[in-house]
Design a protein around this ligand. Structure first.
Ligand code: 13P
Ligand code: SF4
Length: 304
């Protein structure tokens, strides 16, 4: 079977079996083409709360599939490739944060959505990169314990100087790979290009950016800008997607190493196997965990 044959079979099966395919924008183009909905983490979680399909296949990483199950327990939810984890989401566990909370009893615990369901059970509210500033502004408490990404937390805290933020040293190993030396090299090679970065990057990188924002924020900025050249400081798939959507503009990766191998592990064949009922990892959560974690996500959707 070639790529087109596999895509056609997936499209036929998903209609026949009432399957909805959700894909994060870091997925490869041949996957985005068969998806019913593509977007950043926030958009995917909103879509997860709305879809009426019986089965949902998540082409992304495990915490994203867990978010779908948390919001839609009656649905069969499959992570297209069971090995697709997010190292940041697994960095901090419940016991660690329970300990930290004892030192900051009067702080609201804000969890980046890139956390496990288990960890979400002891947090107050979730955020994504596109909703973090809005939500942290709306939280009544002026004291915020932001976990697990200290780079995103730093970026949010600088935009809300009237609130007190406590950060822990976690983060995304993919985005943290880029440093000031990459910025200097890319700007020297492309002096007319605008630098657009994800706030999961180190503060030294974000400080040099013309724009910082979520994956879809970066794409929107590049598409709407009248500039012609852009250096992209997020997962390199976004460079490919932007090149396809804006053929008259030029896009350069900030670093050739900004590749998330967990996002890239999912293949079209994984999706086909899920549609056939012979692949993927079905997400099951115990009801107590689900309800407690849902509280955090519901608050995010309400305020975000
Ligand atoms: P967003 O989807 O919020 O831009 O986050 C990027 C990311 O790293 C997802 O895992
Ligand atoms: Fe996790 Fe970073 Fe990969 Fe996103 S890009 S899934 S935060 S490791």
């Amino acid at each position: 079977m070639n790529i087109r044959d596999i895509q056609e079979e997936i499209i036929r099966l998903k209609k026949e079996k009432d399957i909805c395919i959700l894909a994060h924008c870091y997925q490869n183009p041949e996957i985005l083409e068969v998806a019913d909905f593509t977007g950043d983490s926030f958009a995917l979680s909103v879509e997860a709360s709305k879809t009426t399909a019986k089965t949902v296949i998540m082409c992304g990483v495990r915490f994203m599939a867990e978010t779908v199950k948390i919001l839609s327990p009656e649905k069969k939810v499959l992570l297209a490739n069971g090995d697709a984890g997010c190292p940041m989401a697994e960095m901090m566990d419940r016991d660690l944060i329970a300990q930290v909370k004892k030192s900051y009893p009067d702080y609201t615990v804000v969890a980046y959505i890139n956390t496990t369901s288990e960890l979400k059970t002891i947090c107050d509210i979730c955020v994504t990169s596109s909703s973090a500033v809005t939500i942290c502004n709306k939280i009544e408490n002026d004291k915020i314990l932001f976990i697990p990404d200290c780079n995103l937390g730093d970026w949010v805290s600088k935009q809300i100087p009237n609130k007190e933020f406590k950060l822990l040293s976690g983060g995304c190993p993919t985005h943290a790979r880029m440093g000031i030396e990459d910025v200097e090299r890319a700007k020297a090679q492309h002096p007319d290009a605008k630098l657009l970065v994800h706030p999961e990057c180190k503060p030294e990188v974000v400080n040099e950016a013309d724009y910082a924002g979520s994956t879809t924020g970066i794409m929107k900025y590049a598409k709407e800008s009248d500039k012609k050249e852009f250096i992209i400081g997020t997962e390199n798939s976004i460079v490919t997607h932007l090149q396809m959507e804006c053929p008259d503009k030029k896009f350069y990766p900030l670093s050739k190493d900004c590749v998330c191998h967990n996002m890239k592990i999912t293949t079209l064949t994984d999706i086909l196997n899920c549609c056939k009922g012979v692949g993927g990892d079905e997400i099951n959560l115990d009801e107590e965990t689900r309800i407690k974690a849902k509280n955090c996500i519901d608050k995010m959707i309400e305020l975000g």
